[in-house]
Structures are given as structure tokens and as C-alpha cells.
Write a protein that binds this ligand. Structure first.
Ligand code: GLN
Length: 492
């Protein structure tokens, strides 16, 4: 019974709770047990069992009283980038040692208001910088999936790798991630789960530890598209605390899931057929186009001519913003302090010891591209490219309703395989474009590679058309019928 409960989707668990087939305390205990048995995956930085059981008991009381919220009693994992009041929040960085926020992020506030239960804070790449979850001060996350007949550890993707691994291994019913350049979609693709990055401005960033503010969004990571629709509905909406959040109505996303794409046009971007893309990825991409045709859509080729500039533009804009956002970690106000003989040396010691190698690399690059003399050559040009990339999408969306692309150029890779940072950055080739253009984009599992690893398809939509994106994702999900699960070797 216990392990069965953890297999349920969020929608199924919600039904079960409402029908009183089990209680939130039972469901929460099942997850806490699964988490304990899966510590080897390192999906959580902090587990919060007491808080979870307290919240679950309160949920059971509200369900009994008939005052249940839309997420009542549902146990979630929260990426450790969200400030959670009174609960250690680390961004997976040594520099935030002992940081316990005095306030709650807006998005998590919405979750608790709807009755959700927090199981813990999910592991991630330090400050959300990375694509493999090997950059965490708290150690790497292990992908629950393995290649057929092979026990080599694979990465779960990043930066929301803990959230993705937790969803894939049934260590939570769903999770929150954040996506600055693909950090929801890429780990979703690597773990056979669903993830959506909403339109820039759809969800509040208030209380999310900042990496590159003009690119990032909160978003759900779930077992199904329906679950993503439900969770997104709970976290979307205007927030006066975030001046970039947009006051537009939030539709009923779950109600938009018909899977009927008649009258819809889907674009296949020619430029996404990049060198080095595996034949398998290409095969599943074509399969995805077939599935959408079968659901009634017309599939046409589109051109996004500036796509090749997306990675270089992203890897200038994101570090530039990071260097500015991370200037606040100085050892004075919160987190780690490493003493020195004077104030300057204290700053140097704290930042030198507190930040990991990838974060230091980005601060250096960001400071360089923003410095007088290089600003115009790098930062200004990257911003111009960003505009051209956004314009490409605008033009494409004059003729199509959504775009279908692969999420990643490969399946999950082995730990330590991409030691060269450039090799790691190249993995973001299909995801950063949506962040640069501020558009909603999701990853849906398509199938398994010949090696037995999940592969994801990506749907990119028009600004604020998450409903349309989710519905295309839903059509893919129904056609793919993906229901493979990793063998639970970590329980042995
Ligand atoms: N892999 C990308 C990076 O390292 C994306 C990170 C993210 O979306 N937070 O910047």
C-alpha cells in the first residue's frame, strides 16, 4: 500500500484524498519512507519530515471540514532556490551556510495557501548554474535512470536535478524547479518527467534566489501534463512584490487539455537540426511531428534564423546578470563568513571559499563582459542578438501556434563525462532560446533511447499561451503513452 501511494500522479492522489481512500498523513508517510530509502540519489538537501506531517494533519482536517484547497494534502519537493520561511535555504552553495529566510517566496506561499505539503528542499546546481547537478556544494544528484545492463551513474540534468530525480523516483508527488536557460526542461527530459517553464512574468520571482533575473521563471516538474497544468494554475499570477510579473488573468489550464489540435499549426524549426544531434533525437522529433498530425495539427517548417547565436548570447547575458546578483554575498549580512585581516580580505576569503568553481567562472565572465571597454563588444551585442532571437519567434508565431523541437541534443550522460564547461553549455542549445525570448516552453517524455534512457520533446509557445503549450504537450503525452519507470535499484 505504502509504495503504491507514491506511484500516483498528483491528479490521482488528489482524487484519492478527496474520496478519503487514504489520508494526507498516510500519503506523506509513504513519501517520507521512500525518501529515506533513496538517500543515495541525494535528491534532497534538506528533508522536512516534521513540518510535512504537521501540514498533512492540517490538510486532513481541512479535507474533513470540506475546506480543501486545490493542492490540499499533496506532498511536494521544493528546489532549494526558493526562500522558505524558517527552513534552511542554500541555493546549493557553501556561501549560504545556515541561511534561514525570514520570509517565504510568493510561489511557495501560493502552494501552502492551496494546502500543499512540503517534504523538503531539493538539491540543485549551485545558484542554478549548471546542466548536470554536479555543481552542488551538497554533492551531485544521481539520476534514477541507468542505461540498459549498466550500473554507471548518470546525471539527472540540471540545475533542477534534485526536483527531477525526486519526481522520477517517486520521492514526491510533484516538484518546483526554476528555469533560466533550461533548468526545468532539460532535467525533465533526462528523467522521463514533465516540466514547463512559463512565460517570463507569468509567475512571481519574489523570494527566488536570483541568478539571471531577466531570464528565469518558476515552474512545475511533474509526472504528467495534467499535473503540470494543475500546479501551474496554483503558482501563476500577478504579484505586486515582483515588478516583472504581469497582471493578466490565469486560465484554467487543466480545462484546456483536450488533446485536440484540429485547426492548429505546429512549426518545426529548420535551424534546430544541429550538427552532432543524435539520430535518435531526430527520430523522436519526427515521431512527435507525426503524433501532432494525428491529433489534427498541420505541421510546417519554420525558420528561426538567429538560433545559432542563442548560446553565445545566453552565456554572456546570464553571467553578466549573475555577477551583479551575486555581488550581495559578502559575508556581512548572511551565510558564510571567512575572517581576514581587514574587510577586503574578509570579502575575498568569503567569496573565494563560499562559491564553487562554476559560480566563480560565471562571476569572472560576467564582470569581464560588463567592464568598461568590453561592455559594447559583448554585453550590448548579446542584447541585440537577444532581440533578433525574440523577433524570429514573433515572425514564426505569425504563421504557427506552437513550435516542436527536441529538448536536448542527447539523453542523460554519465557523471564526470562533461568536465569541459563548453561541452556542458552546448547541451543547452535547444532550451536557452525560449528564455532569451521570454516564451513558455515545456518538455514531455517521448520515449526511451536504444540504451533505455528517456528522451524529451519540447513545445515552445506564444507569450502567455501556456494553455496552448500544455495542450500540445497533452497530445504528445497521449500519443507517446510513456509510462516507463526506472528500476528502483536504489532501494536495494
Ligand atoms: N544550464 C544552464 C546554465 O547553466 C541553465 C541553468 C538554468 O536554467 N538555471 O546556465
Amino acid at each position: 500500500m505504502t509504495s503504491d501511494l507514491t506511484r500516483l500522479s498528483l491528479a490521482e492522489a488528489r482524487e484519492g484524498l478527496r474520496a478519503r481512500k487514504f489520508s494526507s498523513v498516510e500519503l506523506t508517510r509513504a513519501y517520507l519512507g521512500a525518501m529515506e530509502a533513496a538517500r543515495g540519489l541525494n535528491a534532497y538537501i534538506t528533508e522536512t519530515p516534521e513540518l510535512a506531517l504537521e501540514q498533512a494533519a492540517a490538510s486532513d482536517a481541512r479535507i474533513a471540514a470540506g475546506t480543501a484547497g486545490s493542492l490540499e494534502g499533496l506532498p511536494l519537493a521544493i528546489k532549494d532556490l526558493y526562500c522558505t520561511k524558517g527552513v534552511l535555504t542554500t541555493a546549493a552553495s557553501h556561501i549560504l551556510d545556515g541561511f534561514t529566510p525570514t520570509y517565504e517566496s510568493t510561489v511557495t506561499t501560493s502552494l501552502w495557501r492551496e494546502g500543499a505539503v512540503m517534504l523538503g528542499k531539493a538539491n540543485m546546481d549551485e545558484f542554478a548554474m549548471g546542466g548536470s547537478n554536479e555543481n552542488s556544494y551538497y554533492g551531485p544528484v544521481v539520476n534514477p535512470w541507468r542505461r540498459n545492463g549498466d550500473t554507471a551513474a548518470l546525471v539527472p540534468g540540471g540545475s533542477s536535478g534534485g526536483s527531477a530525480a525526486a519526481v522520477a523516483a517517486d520521492l514526491c508527488v510533484a516538484a518546483l524547479g526554476t528555469d533560466t536557460g533550461g533548468s526545468i526542461r532539460q532535467p525533465a527530459a533526462f528523467t522521463g518527467t514533465v516540466g514547463i517553464k512559463p512565460t517570463y512574468g507569468r509567475c512571481s520571482r519574489f523570494g527566488i534566489i536570483a541568478f539571471a533575473s531577466s531570464l528565469e521563471q518558476a515552474g512545475p516538474m511533474t509526472k504528467t501534463v495534467t499535473d503540470a497544468a494543475i500546479l501551474l494554475g496554483a503558482i501563476a499570477g500577478h504579484d505586486p512584490h515582483d515588478s516583472t510579473s504581469v497582471p493578466v488573468p490565469v486560465p484554467d489550464y487543466a480545462a484546456a487539455l483536450t488533446g485536440d489540435l484540429r485547426g492548429k499549426k505546429i512549426g518545426i524549426p529548420r535551424e534546430y537540426r544541429v550538427d552532432g544531434m543524435s539520430a535518435e533525437i531526430e527520430k523522436w522529433w519526427q515521431q512527435g511531428a507525426e503524433w501532432l498530425r494525428a491529433a489534427g495539427a498541420e505541421v510546417v517548417e519554420v525558420s528561426l534564423p538567429h538560433s545559432k547565436y542563442a548560446l553565445p548570447a545566453y552565456y554572456i547575458v546570464a553571467p553578466a546578470e549573475a555577477s551583479s546578483n551575486l555581488a550581495r554575498y559578502d559575508g556581512v549580512r548572511f551565510g558564510l563568513r571567512v575572517p581576514g585581516k581587514d574587510l577586503t580580505e574578509m570579502y575575498e576569503n568569503t567569496r573565494g571559499e563560499g562559491f564553487g568553481a562554476e559560480v566563480r567562472r560565471r562571476i569572472l565572465i560576467g564582470t569581464y563582459v560588463l567592464s568598461a571597454g568590453y561592455y559594447d563588444a559583448y554585453y550590448t551585442r548579446a542584447q541585440k542578438l537577444r532581440r533578433l532571437i525574440a523577433n524570429d519567434f514573433e515572425t514564426a508565431f505569425e504563421t504557427v501556434d506552437a513550435i516542436l523541437a527536441p529538448t536536448t541534443p542527447s539523453a542523460a550522460f554519465a557523471s564526470g563525462e562533461k568536465a569541459d564547461p563548453i561541452a556542458m553549455y552546448l547541451g543547452d542549445v535547444f532550451t536557452v532560446t525560449a528564455n532569451l525570448a521570454g516564451l513558455p516552453a515545456m518538455s514531455v517524455p517521448a520515449g526511451l533511447s536504444a540504451e533505455g534512457l528517456p528522451l524529451g520533446l519540447q513545445v515552445i509557445g506564444k507569450a502567455f499561451d501556456e494553455a496552448g503549450v500544455l495542450n500540445v504537450g497533452y497530445a504528445l503525452e497521449r500519443a507517446a503513452g510513456f509510462n516507463a519507470k526506472p528500476a528502483a535499484w536504489w532501494r536495494a
